[in-house]
Each structure stands twice: as structure tokens, then as C-alpha cells.
Design a protein around this ligand. Structure first.
Ligand code: BGC
Length: 885
């Protein structure tokens, strides 16, 4: 959470109350919030076309039983109960970061929504798992899934209904972007696989997962709409959004995700939380999303337009200025339905989607209520901290949900460690080596591992970035803890400044720890407001200087990097003393043993880069730089199109410092005996989509005003959000219903559509996942050390097609088990119809550009080490080739 959070942490509620009333009384006269969403400076060719109405949920067979049950419940709800379900009870008005309204009369509880994507935020006795970027670096599908299962079990154990993860947007278009580390890597397929397996693992435990942030929230600064300025507009073309940024969302929906969080920013000038093209059109029709769309926290900027555009749940429920007891929905939604501006049909669909998701995960059976509080570590406290006068009670029950998940976390942190350089087999080290260790990053923050709220500082070992995407550490196994327990001859210098006058003895090896941090915009760390503005892409705390000094003193320097994303290595990477470099990414609580097991050779490193490391920032297109202040709405235009990360480097024949997918091992592998098999023959466009199944039907008559009257003798909590209206208000709203002259948006219609050809099931037309080809390859450990290999499969489109396509694009990957010396394993990769298609903006469909055309499927250990190629026309594979890029 953002502005409100800072606000609250600086001022106590009592103090801000007066202040807020002043702002709101001024703003309600001066600011017309409907017009916050004006398309101010958006370049002409970028449009967010209207798409109405919201497609009803329930037409997909996998969800039909849940919708049947939901419809029975919803049919019995009053107007006030329905409005209550679609909105949070207000900022800080409950134990969780989001607390929806309930319908206790019908057995529907308040839903607890809680961060984060890497572990339970602001809680206790939970695991602080490695961040998404670390998980991506493992390239290991089974670990991605195992983390999802463990996360789901922990969230359920704390009584959380909705897990606010995984993060699959930002994708990592901007190397300086603050929250890239929450996701799995700067490639749609790596991101999609990480996201979908997390959704699967979490939801199998009965917890509703949330893929976020939909969409194009690629930088932190200027993301939010406020009374002063609209959030930035990400301006993108139809093909690029489909082929890159939507891809992970489509896979998450195909995995059955129960909710989607709409992002803060605008897309093509229209705020994501009320962009009918994104929510009604793409998400709910083309991608067949059956769950509910919630707003990001305070991202909702209107009442009726957001409902019509497809928003289903407002979070945390407050209006533009939080904590005043104002909402765009709740009592306002009741009013809007009574006066005819929000169709009853839309309200019913909003509610049914939420209730169906609850049934779909089985939460109607034995689901525990929350037993923790995100607001305090104390056992007792106010039940509604955002209220001025709140009853108190037990809020934290300290339930231990860790259940041995540390092992999953440790395996991920270990198998993510990515060795970029290792001259003369410097690594692994002997435990008898004379080790001189430098850098504050090697040891825990001496002020306490959780001393900075939401990890909003860079002190000590960097296990995660900062912001809402964090968790408190139950403990932090630091590199120094683990190294000193394994090695006998260790001297640690807990400083980022190289001690003057230090001299090396023969045989000394220097281990230098550096890091680079980033996070969410509501906290600024060392001048960086989420995005890496002042730090740029260099290591923090003068890490480059520390390294250069160490390299001038010692003849063997090993660099260990904890980082949110790419950093620039040029100042030291080629120095003769810099013998080895390990990227340990963001390991969460398990930073120590995971690293030590690689350093000392218990296991070989097997991680691979989930992004490209450039020589310098100017190698990337200028359009992926951060957008700074602009009068009006900041504009972030995706002029580079499909060409981000390695797609850009390859298109411009730029050899980066380390390519996407690069990662060395203590052993070597050969890839041989590749076999390509044709499975489904392709057609230019996919076979016709299945028709939509039936959806619940209800009366569309406006309910009686009495359904929204305040109940008699109700004990109201001041500033808590309720869906009831005073009798006179409700009656007045109902009285204008027949004469209501609400002006619906351009393009508005209330007739359900059959859905676009590209749709037909969750994720899109199911035929898009027909496997066109498989490629199997024998991987043999040809070296002297046990290890795991990653096989990466990239598609190169046939020559001469009329679409401009990146040289190669990752489409599947797999990782071997641990192979002993001489041992082999056969791995098989799959390539679907969608993998071999482009999004045709005229046909509005996925098109195989040249049926029977000769694709090359490249297989190798990194995007620049693709020594094996299979051709689809001849169904032959060849090894010993030179990478196409
Ligand atoms: C973040 C979301 C988070 C929400 C609730 C927002 O500021 O963008 O990712 O889930 O707060 O904490």
C-alpha cells in the first residue's frame, strides 16, 4: 500500500483527520474525479476502445459447478449484501491488508486479502521465501510449483482467503523499474511459467491467487492517480501487448486463477481500473477470465464507470482520499443501483464472480478465519485500527505455518545461484582456504533483520527488495553465518569501504559482497523512490570501488551479488584478480547455507540469468528508460515494441556482457540426439473457438429501496465502510430510477456478445495450446562434477514472412535432475500453436504466418549458446551450430 501508508506512518489518525476533511472539502468542489481519466497527452495512434458490457462469468465448463452454487446464494442476497461483497471495509479496517464485506446471513464470511508474493507480509512464524526473480533464475518448474504449494499452505494456515500474488507485471521492460524482482524474469514465457505454477500450487491449497498488476505497471514513479495528477499512461500497440505483456496473464488464467488485480497506471490513456477494453474486452472475453477483478490499493478512481468497465471489487474500499469513511462503492453502489446508473445485471455479475471464486477453491468447507494481524505484532490491539474509536481484542494468535518450508526456500535459493564467471576453476573453494570477506551485505542488519518496515532499507544481507511485496524474516541465515560455520580460516570486514593499509598474504582469497536494491514507490530508500533513480544500475554503497580496491590488493577475488535485477559490472569484471562472480539474486531467509553449499562445492551452481546484463545502459533502447515528471499525465510510450531485453540486443546485433539465460556450472554438459516430432498440424488460424456455455440468470429489476436501509439499532463503527443508506437517501435514489439520465460511456451496450474468435476458454482459444512439435534432447554430464543442466528452447520464425519477429524467442525450458559424472537424462520441450504464431492486429487472432514454413527450434544452455537446431520442415536436428544471435 502506498500514499495512505506513508501518511499513516507519519501522522496519527487523529491528526490527519482534520487535515483530510480540509482536503476533501476543497477537492470535492475543485476536482471532478470523473475527469481524472481524460486522455490528456496520449499519442494519437494509441487507443483504448470502449468494450461493453462486461461479459458474464460462468461460461467455462471448469467453473460451472461453482457458478451454479454461487447463483443460488446470490439470488437470495439483498442489494446491500451484494454491494457489501464487492468492496473492502476501508483502509486498516480489519486484520488483513484488504477485508471485503460479508453476508453472514448466508454464510459468506468477510474475505481476508493479504500480501505478498514471497510470503505472508507483516506476520510472524511464516517463511520468507526467495523472491520471484530468484525463482525464475532456477529455471526449475518443479521448484516453482513447490514454492506455490508451500505459500498456499502458509496463507491458508493464517486464514487468508486471497493471496495477493504472483506478480507477473512488471515484466521487466525497464531495467531500473522498482518491482521487477517480484516477478520471474524479463521474458513472457519465463514469467508465465513461474506465475502459472505459483497459481496452481497456491490454489491447490484452497487459497485464491491473484495475478497482478494488470497491466503495464513497468515503473513505480507516477504510477498513481491522485487529486493532483493522473497516473502515467503506458501507450502500447495491440501486437506488443499480446505477444509480451499479456502472455503471463493468459497463462495464469489458463491455470484457473481466481482473481486479477488491476494496476495503478493507465493504458493508452484510460486507467487500468476502469479501462473497458482491458477488463471487459481482453481479460473477460478474449482470455475468458472467470474470477473477479480487484483494484490495486486506492487505484479505483470512479464509481459507475469502473463498474461498467469490469471492476468487480474495490480495494481497500476507500475513495480518493482514504480514511474519511468515503467510498466510490459500498453505500454509493447501492445508491447507483437504486437510481439505475449501474445495471442490476452488472452488480449481479460482480457478486457472482466473487462468490464463484470462493466456491471454486472450496472455501465454503472448513476454511479458517484470519488468526494474525497485518497491523501490529502485538497479541491484542484495535480490531479496526483505521477507525478513530475501535473495539480492541485478540489480533495475533502467532500460529506457526512454516512446516518445514525452509527446505523448499533453501533449495530455490541454492539452485538459483548463477555463476557468470569462473576463471581456472577458482570455485569451488576449499573449506581450508584463507578467506577475507568484505561488504555489509555478507551479514545481517545489526539493527535487526526486520527493523525496516516493509524492508524499506538496504542494510545487511539483501534478501528481498522493499514494499508490499515483502515478508518479515523469521530468521535470516546470512552468508557469514553459513561460511563461518563451514570454513575454518575466515576474517570478516563488515564494511563497504575497503580498510586502508590492508595487505594480502599469499593464498588469501577475497570474497566481496555487493548488492543493488529497489522496491515500491511509497518508500524511498537512499534517494530511490522505488525505481533505481539515483543508484542507476550500479551496485549500491560504492560496491564498485570496494571491489576495485579488493582486486588491487588480492590476486583472487570472488564477487557475490544480491540484486533485484541487472547491474553494471564493467568497472571490475575484466580485472585480472576478479576470478569468479556469483549472482545469488534475492534469496529471502535462506541466504547462507544455499550460498555456502555452492561456494564450497557441495553442489554445482545451476541458475541462469532471468534477464540480460548489458555493458552499459545506453545499449538498451531509450524508450525503456524511466519516465519522469510531466505536466498533466506522464506518457510512457512503448516505441520499442517487441524489442525488450534479449529481443532488442539480438535485433541490433549487440553482444551484451552476459546474455539472457547465461549461467555456468562446475561441470560441462553435452546436448545430443535431438529429435523433433510433429504432433498437431498447423493451420493459418486456430480452429473455431467453442461457444460460450450458459451463465447464471437473475431478475434485472431494480430491487426495492428497503433492501438498502440501515438496519435498526446497528452499532456503526465510525469511518468503517457500509453498503446501507439512510432511508431517505435510498428512497430518493429509487425515486429517480425511472427518469435516470445517467450518460453511459461511448460504445456502451447491454447486450452480451458471443466473444472474439481468439477466445473460447480460460486463457484464450484452447487450440492455442495444441502442441505442434516436441523436441527431445539427451543431456550428458561430460565433466568431473555432479550438476544440473538447463535446456532452453527458442523459436526462430521462418525467413521471408511478412511479420517482423524477434530473432529468437524463448518458448519452453526444462532442467535435469542432478546428473553424476557421465550420467544422461532425456528432456522434452513442447512448442504449441501459440508459440509459433504472431498476433495479427487486423484478423484479431493468433496467426501462423506461413503454414508449412520452416521454423528453427534452437536448443541450448543460454540465449547465446544455442548449439543445436531443429527444423520443422525437414523434421531434422543438427548439433554444433552457431547461435543465430
Ligand atoms: C501494491 C499491491 C499490493 C497492495 C496491497 C499496493 O500498493 O501495488 O501489489 O498487493 O498494495 O498491499
Amino acid at each position: 500500500m502506498s500514499t495512505a501508508y506513508i501518511f499513516l506512518s507519519i501522522f496519527k489518525p487523529v491528526t490527519i483527520l482534520f487535515f483530510c476533511y480540509i482536503i476533501s472539502s476543497v477537492s470535492s468542489v475543485a476536482i471532478d474525479t470523473q475527469h481524472l481519466d481524460k486522455r490528456l497527452n496520449v499519442p494519437a495512434s494509441y487507443v483504448a476502445a470502449p468494450y461493453y458490457p462486461t461479459p458474464h462469468g460462468g461460461w467455462v465448463a471448469d467453473w460451472s459447478e461453482s457458478y451454479r452454487k454461487a447463483a443460488l446464494l446470490v439470488a437470495n442476497m439483498t442489494l446491500a449484501e451484494k454491494a457489501n461483497i464487492t468492496c473492502g471495509s476501508g483502509y486498516d479496517m480489519g486484520r488483513c491488508v484488504g477485508n471485503s464485506g460479508s453476508a453472514p446471513r448466508l454464510g459468506l464470511p468477510q474475505l481476508c486479502l493479504q500480501d505478498s508474493a514471497l510470503g505472508i507480509r507483516n506476520s510472524d512464524h511464516n517463511t520468507a521465501f526467495p523472491a520471484g526473480i530468484t525463482v525464475g533464475a532456477t529455471w526449475d518448474k518443479s521448484l516453482m510449483y513447490a514454492r506455490g504449494v508451500a505459500l498456499g499452505a502458509e496463507f491458508r494456515g493464517k486464514g487468508i482467503n486471497v493471496f495477493l500474488g504472483p506478480t507477473v507485471g512488471p515484466l521487466g521492460r525497464k531495467p531500473r523499474g522498482g518491482r521487477n524482482w517480484e516477478g520471474f524474469g524479463a521474458d513472457p514465457v519465463l514469467q508465465a511459467v513461474g506465475g502459472a505454477l505459483t497459481v496452481q500450487g497456491v490454489q491447490e491449497q484452497g487459497v485464491i491467487a491473484t495475478i497482478k498488476h494488470y497491466i503495464l505497471n513497468e515503473q513505480e514513479m507516477y504510477r498513481m492517480y491522485s487529486i493532483a495528477q493522473p497516473g502515467y499512461s503506458s501507450n502500447i500497440d495491440d501486437r506488443t501487448i499480446h505477444e509480451l505483456y499479456l502472455w503471463p496473464f493468459a497463462e495464469g488464467i489458463k491455470a484457473g486463477v481466481g482473481s486479477v488485480m488491476a494496476a495503478y497506471n493507465a493504458v493508452n490513456g484510460s486507467a487500468c481500473s476502469q479501462n473497458s477494453y482491458l477488463l471487459n474486452g481482453i481479460l473477460k472475453d478474449e482470455l475468458g477470465f472467470q474470477g473477479f477483478v480487484m483494484s490495486d490499493w486506492l487505484a479505483q478512481i470512479s464509481g459507475v464507470p469502473s463498474a461498467l468497465a469490469g471492476l468487480d471489487m474495490s480495494m481497500p474500499g476507500d475513495g480518493l482520499v482514504p480514511l474519511l469513511g468515503d467510498s466510490y462503492w459500498m453505500y454509493e453502489l447501492s445508491r447507483a443501483v437504486l437510481n439505475g446508473s449501474v445495471p442490476v445485471d452488472r452488480l449481479n455479475d460482480m457478486v457472482t464472480r466473487i462468490v464463484a471464486a470462493w466456491y471454486q477453491m472450496g472455501q465454503d468447507k472448513d476454511y479458517p478465519p484470519p488468526n494474525f494481524s497485518t497491523n501490529t505484532q502485538d497479541a491484542t490491539g484495535p480490531l479496526y485500527p483505521g477507525a478513530l474509536f475501535s473495539p480492541s481484542g485478540v489480533v495475533n494468535e502467532f500460529v506457526d505455518v512454516q512446516d518445514g518450508h525452509a527446505a523448499v526456500a533453501r533449495n530455490i535459493s541454492r539452485d538459483a545461484i548463477t555463476m557468470l564467471k569462473n576463471v581456472n576453476n577458482t570455485l569451488p573453494l576449499s573449506t581450508n582456504s584463507s578467506l577475507k570477506i568484505f561488504g555489509t551485505d555478507a551479514q545481517k542488519n545489526s539493527n535487526g533483520i526486520n527493523s525496516c518496515s516493509d524492508q524499506g532499507c538496504d542494510k545487511g544481507t539483501l534478501g528481498m527488495g522493499w514494499g508490499s511485496g515483502t515478508a518479515r524474516y523469521p530468521y535470516l541465515d546470512s552468508p557469514m553465518d553459513a561460511i563461518s560455520s563451514k570454513a575454518s580460516n575466515v576474517k570478516y570486514y563488515n564494511t563497504d569501504t575497503f580498510p586502508s593499509g590492508l595487505t594480502a598474504s599469499s593464498g588469501d582469497i577475497a570474497l566481496v559482497f555487493i548488492n543493488a536494491d529497489s522496491g515500491e514507490n511509497y518508500i524511498t530508500v537512499e534517494g530511490n523512490p522505488g525505481d533505481r533513480t539515483t543508484a542507476g544500475l550500479n551496485a549500491w554503497h560504492n560496491g564498485d570501488t570496494l571491489l576495485k580496491n579488493a582486486a588491487a590488493t588480492y590476486s583472487t577475488v570472488i564477487v557475490i551479488v544480491h540484486t533485484v535485477g541487472p547491474i553494471l559490472l564493467e568497472e571490475w569484471i575484466d580485472l585480472p584478480s576478479v576470478k569468479a562472480v556469483l549472482f545469488a539474486h534475492l534469496p529471502g531467509q535462506e541466504a547462507g547455507q544455499s550460498l555456502a553449499s555452492v561456494l564450497f562445492g557441495d553442489v554445482s551452481p545451476s541458475g541462469h540469468l532471468p534477464y540480460t546484463i548489458p555493458h552499459n545502459e545506453s545499449e538498451s533502447p531509450a524508450s525503456v528508460g524511466l519516465v519522469y515528471f510531466e505536466l498533466g499525465q506522464p506518457q510512457d510510450t512503448y516505441t520499442e515494441g517487441l524489442y525488450i531485453d534479449y529481443r532488442y540486443f539480438n535485433a541490433h546485433s549487440i553482444k551484451p556482457r552476459y546474455a539472457f539465460g547465461h549461467g555456468l556450472s562446475y561441470t560441462t554438459f553435452s546436448f545430443s540426439d535431438a529429435i523433433i516430432t510433429a504432433v498437431t498440424s498447423l493451420t493459418s488460424i486456430p480452429p473455431a473457438r467453442p461457444a460460450k456455455g450458459s451463465t447464471p440468470t437473475y431478475s434485472t429489476a431494480i430491487p426495492p429501496a428497503s433492501e438498502a436501509y440501515w438496519p435498526a439499532n446497528f452499532n456503526r463503527i465510525w469511518r468503517y465502510l457500509y453498503s446501507w443508506l439512510e432511508k431517505s437517501d435510498a428512497d430518493a435514489a429509487a425515486a429517480v430510477a425511472s427518469t435516470s439520465s445517467y450518460v453511459y460511456p461511448a460504445g456502451y451496450s447491454n447486450t452480451q456478445k458471443p466473444g472474439p474468435p481468439a477466445g473460447g476458454a480460460q486463457g484464450g482459444n484452447p487450440a492455442l495450446w495444441d502442441v505442434a512439435y516436441t523436441v527431445s534432447v539427451t543431456v550428458t554430464n561430460t565433466g568431473n562434477f555432479s550438476g544440473r543442466a538447463v535446456v532452453q528452447g527458442y523459436v526462430q520464425f521462418p525467413a521471408g514472412i511478412s511479420y517482423d519477429t524477434p530473432v529468437i524467442q524463448l518458448r519452453d525450458f526444462a532442467k535435469t535432475e542432478t546428473l553424476a559424472k557421465g550420467e544422461s537424462e532425456v528432456l522434452t520441450l513442447s512448442f504449441t500453436r501459440k508459440d509459433l504464431s504472431v498476433w495479427d492486429t487486423v484478423q484479431q487472432n493468433w496467426v501462423v504466418p506461413n503454414v508449412g514454413g520452416d521454423y528453427t527450434i534452437w536448443v541450448g544452455e543460454a540465449s547465446d549458446t544455442l548449439t543445436l537446431g531443429c527444423k520443422t520442415a525437414s523434421l531434422g536436428c543438427q548439433s554444433g551450430l552457431v547461435s543465430p544471435a
